[in-house]
Design a protein around this ligand. Structure first.
Ligand code: NAD
Length: 496
């Protein structure tokens, strides 16, 4: 266990404590090079995170490998108790973690960051309580021959997370991996590593040394060294489609299991009989406007029945105008900043393509902050695009910003076909009072997570994962732990 290191107590302490280090075998190990981590709201350099080389990444893998057998020999329920204790420790430091997260991601502390830490701790605790569910089966093969299956850990798991919801995404990976008896090397996002480090180090106080290790660095160097290492038995990745595809190929070349949670362009269908107040609120929460739309699950294609369009848009516009865009640390702020200048430029390019399209309209809502201390180029208003053809890049591609496309419809079969018209399949929602439409549409929508009259985000025990190019595998549930973090062994015993 991590005995000697004192945990940091303030955000600036966190940035100093985790300057250019990895967390390996219960120690802070200096890396040879670093990269700057910025506060996107102000452009200020928060600190330097490790830019780990392949060799430094290998040290973490060696640590995880040497801890794995002993960790797997601890009874599963006991492992789970330690993981739950780790989750409680995270919850007890929630405010500090949230303060760090807001500074490095630009997400608003009140609307996003506190909730993210709570959900992350809850997910880890949920898995901590599932140790005794790692059951096999007995098989009625022959009455004189005992035939059974057992669930075994895979070994060392490589877990790679992006910057948009790093804590929830790490929880979805390390919770089930650890409880199932694997050890983990977690790669934090180089854009926002510090809250991940803090949460991981808090957890390490309750785990044997080497069971959880954290490295940071670029995808090309640290990420690639992790996924290609021969001692990695499983890769679990959340991030972009392009990197997911590359990682899948790496997994294929080594014949190891890979889970992928990738992008999305999720449709929201508002039917003629929908409760409009609920649908408008659902469009705002589903589009994750308070996360600047930086969500894979964002309801970024909103199909509104033609008969409701005018009133829907009027109410949506009023509600979006009320969102306060500003300093992520200000308790009054609803909407913070985009993660970095590159991402903000990509989003602006998409909007410019819409603006250049004949017949299209671009509506922007809310007021940009006037505070000179805040980086103007990283603030974007919630934006609605209308009048675009179905094959427009803004309709077909993930924008990953506060930009939703609203389109009208009249024919039900046609809107289902349009909703299914991208290569993604992460999430979808339908807004109706009709049970028959709900049953029919949920069966026909090509998405792994389909909701009716709500647009909630990830919750423990509710299986989550995409179809098509949105990914492979499930997270957040018992089945996710059993299917993706264990292997099944068949044992046949004959004493005749
Ligand atoms: P990204 O793919 O650029 O990076 C994600 C992580 O992968 C980072 O830690 C990065 O360093 C690492 N990485 C990059 N190249 C690598 C390589 N070759 N080998 C190994 N690791 C590598 O994604 P991002 O920009 O950080 O995050 C945004 C993307 O994440 C969006 O496309 C979004 O849809 C997706 N996302 C998906 C979900 C989901 O649950 N489906 C959730 C959140 C985000």
């Amino acid at each position: 266990m991590f005995a000697s290191n004192l945990l940091p107590t303030t955000p600036s302490d966190v940035f100093t404590t985790y300057r250019q280090v990895n967390l390996i075998n219960a120690a802070r190990i200096a890396a040879h090079t670093s990269l700057d981590v910025l506060n996107p709201a102000t452009g200020e350099v928060l600190g330097q995170a490790a830019a780990s080389s392949a060799e430094e990444t290998s040290e973490a893998i060696a640590s995880a490998k040497s801890a794995q057998v002993a960790w797997a020999q601890i009874p599963a329920r006991e492992r789970g108790k330690r993981v739950s204790a780790a989750a409680r420790a995270v919850a007890s430091k929630a405010e500090l973690i949230a303060q760090v997260l807001a500074r490095e991601t630009g997400k608003a502390i009140r609307t996003e960051c506190r909730g993210e830490v709570d959900v992350a701790a809850d997910i880890v605790d949920f898995y901590g309580n599932l140790g005794s569910e790692l059951k096999g089966q007995t098989v009625p093969y022959d009455p004189r021959i005992l035939t059974l299956t057992t669930r075994e850990p895979l070994g060392v798991v490589a877990a790679i997370v992006p910057w948009n919801v790093p804590l929830v995404l790490m929880a979805l990976k390390i919770g089930p991996a650890l409880v199932a008896g694997n050890t983990v090397v977690l790669k934090s996002s180089e854009e926002a590593p510090f809250a991940t480090y803090l949460m991981a180090e808090i957890m390490m106080q309750h785990l044997p040394a080497g069971v959880l290790n954290v490295v940071n660095g670029t995808g090309a160097e640290c990420g690639n060294a992790l996924t290609t290492h021969p001692d990695i038995a499983k890769i679990t990745f959340t991030g972009s489609e392009a990197v997911g595809e590359a990682i899948y190929k790496v997994g294929a070349s080594r014949i190891i299991p890979v889970s992928l949670e990738l992008g999305g362009k999720s449709p929201m269908i508002v039917c003629e009989d929908a409760d409009l107040d609920k649908a408008v609120a659902g469009a705002i929460s589903g589009m994750r406007f308070t996360r600047q739309g930086q969500s894979c699950t964002a309801s970024s294609r909103i199909y509104v029945h033609d008969s409701l369009m005018d009133v829907f848009m009027a109410r949506l516009g009023t509600a979006l105008d009320e969102l306060v865009i500003g300093d992520p640390l200000d308790e009054a702020t609803d909407v913070g900043t985009i993660i970095n200048a590159r991402q903000a430029a990509t989003i602006r390019d998409f909007v410019a393509q819409a603006e250049a399209t004949p017949g299209a309209t671009v509506k922007r809502y809310g007021k940009l902050p006037e505070d000179a201390a805040l980086s103007p180029e990283l603030y974007l208003q919630p934006t609605i695009l209308m009048g675009l053809p179905d094959d427009h890049p803004c309709v077909m591609q993930e924008i990953f910003g506060p930009v939703a496309v609203v389109q009208g419809w009249t024919d039900y079969d046609d809107v289902i076909a349009r909703a299914n018209g991208t290569h993604y399949g992460l999430a979808a929602s339908v807004w109706t009072k009709s049970l028959s439409i709900a049953l029919d549409s949920t069966s026909r929508l090509n998405a792994g997570f389909v909701q009716v009259n709500q647009n909630l985000t990830i919750r423990p025990n509710v299986s989550y994962g995409g179809f098509g190019r949105s990914g492979l595998g499930k997270e957040a549930s018992l089945e996710a732990m059993l299917e993706h973090f264990t292997r099944s062994k068949t044992i046949v015993m004959n004493f005749d």
